[in-house]
Write a protein that binds this ligand. Structure first.
Ligand code: ADP
Ligand code: ZN
Ligand code: ZN
Length: 816
């Protein structure tokens, strides 16, 4: 009898592969284990076992595996099923899902590059021979591939050795980011050893009889020591004694106290006392309503205004699932938000909380992976961004998707191009778990599902502690420019607001979305921006062709010489970013601290923490930032929020532009006045009478929803139509043009639904590759599976044509 296993490789190929194993291996191997296998002439990959059987492959001679890598499955059946769903729904290969799901240390391959960790010397006697050889090789070379390791060791079975060295912290994988922010050091105080005996203490107190404050401090120190088992931090000592840090210092100078530093442990979490809270009446009502909804629906929405205390409601809900012995997953749209949430959740749940995201090192991620796999008490609550969905849950009770409207839940590149909220709902269904979506500004899709009675709905309309929602004021910058009341990008009103807020010792957040990289044309006189007549999106300016084009239907006009509304010839292309705003502010307020939070300032593992901590500690007076700032952060001393140009948000060439603008402005406004004092929001705009701006002003989510859902229906967009976008790329302009036209034509012929394109996107060349896109709009009445099957078939025919084979095609389902 022959023995075979069916495996998936971490590659973008649709097929699975068959390898031959011995009888003993066959009996040992279980589905969900990893094996190292040869592939092609020289490559070695980590593959995942999907099946075992006795049938040899028909088209090729099965190769033998190199090695079994696990002694028990590290991927469970829930995951395999979920990954298959993702691959099929989002039209990618299972291998691509596998590749992005696992921490990279778990899918080593012959091409993986490793280097030695700096300043991490392991004594030679603790190293096995193989390990020693690898580290020796890395002394003469800064990095080597695993292929080279295979040569050095003279054998093919090297993954386990590498894994051991990774676990010992002696190696790092090339793609791991370096830690730029040093872990926080906490200052601790202890009594010098000589005073530790009882009789010495009496002596000491006599010695200090003339220094009353110092004597008091020493007594407090003893009190604290009796109460706390562990080390005593300076902060705690100062707090408890009410003495200042200078008194501590004088005792250090007298060699009575000694100072020392410890790294604040970020991974081992401590439960804090005083972390208990009770829900307000409104929160309690919302909580009860959620529970009732989740009995009837698998998915329910918590629509609660900013600072209504949604997090506390989530915590109480999660607690019930944990007590019932379940695992829970808390999804956030952005790593920037995990810091605060981790603090709040660990204060409550202690070390039952695990965190998973890409800024954690490979070892940390593998550790969390294994904790979840073992259903460990250390990972009852998992906080993560979208990739946390791939963890080996076996017993999920509930998934919370906070800020569910955020577009960052959708992965754009590389495949799988999945939407984490939607994939979470499918995952929950497999586990018979519940999903709670939360937002102050739900996505149209979700709210539509509520209206169609697919999801439950709970509303919470007041802020915690009855703090009033911020007062919003519009500033017409057209008028301000006209009256010469602008300093750089700041109106007089905005500057007054900033000045006054800082003078009160309070903080300011200024918002400028930087994503406006594609410039658009704007009339300086009246603010008019040319729009597409049939898509209702703004037209994008193409410098190269001197044209304005619609991204969605391909409509184009020559770049106008004058404004079509007011005839003015004063047209400009627009766009300014956070850096410019930061510079202007520094010039206006030279002696204030101006901070900036955007992708450039938050690199590195603790990049977000650094800025969020210093803003929270009030070391920054004005924080300028992009949409990162608009998401769920909680700062108690921010009383003013300024939006430099709301029109930037409205004029995005996207059918979601108005929905997003509404969400973004409401969210960023929600950062103001969260604790006691009512906040103030100043919005600069050329279009104070724009419907969306007016809806923001009157806090009218439903008004926005109704208007936008009508447009979506009219113009064939979600939730009435599903969008699938094909992107074709090639270095040769003409070949791409011809190929995409061919593809478009066969699609039009085979699909009885709208197919648009082939279109040149705003940025039509990236890294020397030209780009064309084709958009397919699938009505909810059409059969999705059949449509996708046809698209796949056409793609296969396309790739079978020799001159088009080199054109790369990517498919994005439910494009955002
Ligand atoms: P949201 O997520 O709805 O924007 P948060 O959960 O951040 O609001 O709550 C806003 C603020 O109110 C936070 O500082 C939070 O700690 C506080 N808060 C909310 N609910 C309670 C409660 N029941 N007890 C004490 N503080 C609360
Ligand atoms: Zn005009
Ligand atoms: Zn159009």
């Amino acid at each position: 009898m022959l023995y075979f296993i069916e495996v998936v490789l971490p590659l973008a190929v649709a097929k699975t592969f068959t390898y031959q194993v011995s009888e003993a291996e066959f009996n040992y191997i279980q589905i969900g284990m990893r094996v190292a296998v040869p592939f092609g002439k020289t490559k070695i990959y980590t593959a995942l076992v999907l099946d075992k059987n006795n049938t040899p492959p028909q088209l090729y001679q099965a190769k033998e595996i190199h090695q079994i890598l696990d002694d028990k499955p590290v991927i469970n059946l829930f995951q395999i099923e979920h990954w298959k769903w993702i691959a099929s729904y989002y039209m990618c290969s299972l291998g691509e899902v596998f590749r992005s799901a696992l921490p990279s240390g778990y899918i080593l391959e012959s091409e993986t590059i490793i280097s030695a960790k700096q300043n991490h010397d392991i004594p030679n006697e603790e190293l096995k021979d193989d390990e020693y050889l690898i580290l020796e090789a890395l002394k003469s070379q800064s990095s080597i591939t695993i292929q080279e390791v295979i040569k050095i060791l003279g054998k093919k079975t090297v993954f386990p050795v590498i894994n051991k060295l990774l676990a010992k912290g002696a190696l790092v994988l090339e793609e791991e980011i370096s830690e730029q922010y040093k872990p926080k050091l906490v200052r601790y105080i202890k009594l010098q050893d000589e005073f530790l005996q009882q009789d010495k203490l009496a002596e000491l107190l006599v010695l200090l009889s003339n220094a009353k404050k110092q004597r008091e401090l020493v007594l407090h120190y003893f009190q604290l020591q009796a109460k706390e088992k562990g080390p005593i931090s300076l902060k705690k000592l100062v707090e408890l004694s009410g003495c200042s840090a200078t008194i501590v210092k004088s005792l250090v100078d007298k060699a009575i106290f000694e100072e020392y530093y410890l790294v604040k442990d970020r991974v081992a979490f401590e439960k804090e006392e005083n972390s208990q809270f009770t829900l307000s009446e409104a929160q309690q009502n919302a909580f009860d309503s959620i529970k009732t909804n989740l009995e009837e629906f698998d998915v329910s929405l918590l629509h609660g205004v900013t600072a209504s205390g949604k997090t506390e409601i989530y915590i109480k809900l999660l607690e019930e699932y944990i007590q019932a012995g379940k695992q829970v997953l808390f999804l956030l749209p952005e790593i920037a938000l995990t810091t605060q949430l981790v603090q709040r959740l660990t204060a409550y749940f202690g070390n039952e909380v695990a965190v998973f995201h890409s800024k954690y090192t490979n070892n940390e991620r593998i550790e969390v992976w294994n904790q979840v796999l073992e259903n460990s008490p250390k990972a009852k609550v998992v906080i993560g961004v979208r990739s946390a969905l791939f963890l080996p849950f076996s017993n999920l009770g509930c998934i919370i998707v906070d800020e569910e409207h955020e577009q960052t839940y959708k992965q754009t590149d590389p495949a799988p191009r999945y939407h984490a909220r939607d994939a979470a709902i499918v995952l929950a269904r497999q586990h018979k778990a519940k999903v709670l979506l939360g937002s102050a500004t739900p996505s149209l899709e979700t709210y539509y599902n509520v209206q169609s009675k697919k999801y439950g709905l709970t509303e919470l309309n007041i802020r915690y502690g009855n703090v009033v929602l911020p007062e919003i004021e519009l500033i017409d910058i057209k008028d301000k420019y006209f009256r010469k009341k602008m300093t750089g990008h700041f109106s007089d009103v905005l500057l007054e607001g900033i000045t006054e807020t800082i003078a009160n010792g309070e903080q300011v957040i200024l918002f400028q979305n930087r994503r406006g990289f594609s410039p658009y044309v704007e009339c300086v006189t009246c603010g008019h921006v040319p729009h597409c007549p049939s898509c209702d999106v703004s037209l994008t300016y193409y410098k190269f062709k001197n044209q304005l084009r619609c991204h969605y239907c391909g409509y184009s006009i020559a770049n106008p010489t004058h404004c079509h509304t007011c005839q003015s010839v004063d047209l400009t292309t627009k766009g300014f970013g956070t850096e410019q705003i930061e510079m202007e502010l520094k010039a206006i307020y030279p002696d204030k601290n101006i901070g900036r939070m955007d992708q450039d300032t938050t690199r590195g593992k603790f990049g977000f923490e650094k800025i969020i901590d210093s803003f929270k500690n009030r070391e920054i007076d004005v924080l300028v930032g992009t949409q990162m700032l608009a998401k769920g952060l909680d700062f108690d001393n921010v009383t003013m929020v300024g939006i430099l140009n709301a029109d930037n948000l409205l004029n995005q060439p996207n059918f979601r532009a108005y929905e997003r603008a509404f969400q973004m402005i409401m969210q960023v406004s929600g950062r103001a006045g969260r604790s006691e004092k009512q906040g103030k929001v100043l919005i600069q705009t050329y279009n104070p009478y724009h419907n969306t701006i007016q809806q923001v002003l009157s806090n009218d989510y439903l008004g926005m929803y109704k208007e936008q859902i009508y447009e979506r229906k009219n113009f064939k967009y979600p939730p009435f139509f599903r969008l699938i976008k094909l992107t074709l790329k090639h270095r040769d302009f003409d070949r791409l043009k011809e190929g995409s036209l061919w593809f478009y034509n066969v699609l039009v012929q085979s699909l009885p639904i709208p197919v648009l394109g082939p279109e040149e996107p705003a940025i039509n060349r990236i890294r020397n590759e030209y780009i064309r896109t084709i958009m397919i709009k699938i009505p909810t009445t059409a059969h999705l599976g059949n449509t996708k099957a046809i698209i796949t078939k056409m793609r296969n025919s396309f790739e079978a044509i020799p001159q088009y084979r080199s054109i790369r095609v990517t498919i994005n389902v439910d494009v955002y």
